[in-house]
Design a protein around this ligand. Structure first.
Ligand SMILES: Cc1ncc(COP(=O)(O)O)c(C=O)c1O
Length: 337
């Protein structure tokens, strides 16, 4: 197998990094205060294996019980655990194509049958009747397209499929609606969230999921003993209590997203409707690969996925207004406008 290829993390601080859907703003000031107060002696002790305090905050936020919440080392850890917990050797894993490129890799690692479902030509929902998979990963908003699937289609799917539907809401704070209510309404649903995007905390590695107690208990049975560090548990707890900062920085990103959409359309790009902190665009000539390479030469990193379904498009993370304006200037140069 080839393994997952993450976006580049260059050391060079001159690079404008629009390639891994990070948040360009500072996280909660509460997080920064806690970092200044750390007692190094505490770090000699193992962390709470059950992440009790942060799970209480999450449970309250989503009006669920603490036993309905699992905390993980980023949501990536949770996605991997879902396959190990819910897919038998003769079971199967599904996802939409295109979607988050980690899903197929996780299925390959566990060597289970894969059942990808092709989205239609506009990257919209398309599901064969009677489709079944032991686990179906449903990124909503989807990645790399940023598009939100209709909620009624998701609910109807949950009702017909017997496997576990993992609704991966990594980008949902940038969208107009979410599916968290399904986590407590249905026995076969987990809704996963992360602090990596809307909370500007990709570096601490914290994700969680909410769902029925038997599903959550299964994840706890198989996880590493101390899967979330002591520091991360505390930083995540205070970040989650500070909804104000999250709201402020997500609405700044959404404002810049609107500006960037207008500018890119002016330059002749087809821009898919984004409800995430990135844009999925189909560029004019000289085409996606060439533009990706030319931007890289100019120190702007974006993402190009070399796959039949995705190679005509580019994924651009929404940065600050200033970063996006620099991007537009460089694109004008490349396109000769
Ligand atoms: C759809 C989707 N899910 C999950 C993740 C991973 O999030 P985390 O940083 O919490 O592991 C990403 C990261 O890019 C993503 O695009």
């Amino acid at each position: 197998m080839e393994g997952y290829v993450p976006g580049e993390q260059p050391d060079d601080s001159d690079v404008i990094k629009l390639n891994t859907n990070e948040n360009p703003y500072l996280c909660s000031p509460e997080v920064r205060d806690i970092l200044n107060e750390i007692d190094a002696a505490e770090l000699a002790k193992y962390p709470d294996p059950l992440c009790t305090e942060v799970r209480k905050v999450i449970a309250e936020k989503h009006e669920a019980g603490t036993r309905n919440v699992f905390a993980g080392n980023g949501s990536d850890e949770i996605l991997a655990l879902c396959i190990r917990a819910f897919v038998e050797r003769d079971g199967s894993v599904g996802w939409f194509d295109p979607s988050y490129s980690l899903y197929p890799v996780l299925a390959q690692i566990e060597d289970v049958e894969t059942k990808p479902v092709a989205l239609d030509e506009n990257f919209e929902w398309q599901m064969p009747d009677g489709y079944e998979a032991s686990v179906f990963f449903l990124a909503n908003p989807n990645a790399p397209t940023g598009m939100l699937f209709p909620k009624e289609k998701i609910e109807a799917f949950i009702q017909t499929v017997s496997g576990v539907v993992v609704i991966d809401e990594a980008y949902v704070d940038f969208a107009r609606e979410d599916c968290m209510e399904f986590a407590t309404k249905y026995e076969n649903v987990l809704v996963a969230r992360t602090l990596s995007k809307s909370y500007a905390l990709a570096g601490i590695r914290f994700g969680y999921c909410v769902g029925a107690v038997p599903l959550i208990a299964a994840l706890y049975k198989i996880k590493d003993s101390y899967n979330v560090s002591r520091l991360t548990q505390e930083l995540a707890r205070v970040a989650l209590l500070d909804e104000g900062t999250k709201e402020a920085i997500t609405s700044a990103v959404k404002g810049t997203r609107d500006l960037a959409v207008a500018e890119l359309k002016d330059l002749g790009f087809k821009v898919y409707p984004s409800e995430a902190n990135f844009l999925w665009v189909k560029p004019p000539n000289p085409g996606a690969k060439k533009i990706f390479e030319e931007l890289k030469k100019r120190n702007i990193f974006i993402r190009w996925f070399d796959d039949p379904r995705t190679r005509d498009c580019l994924r651009i993370t929404v940065g600050t207004n200033e970063q996006m304006m620099t991007l537009v200037e460089k694109l004008e140069e490349i396109l000769g406008k």
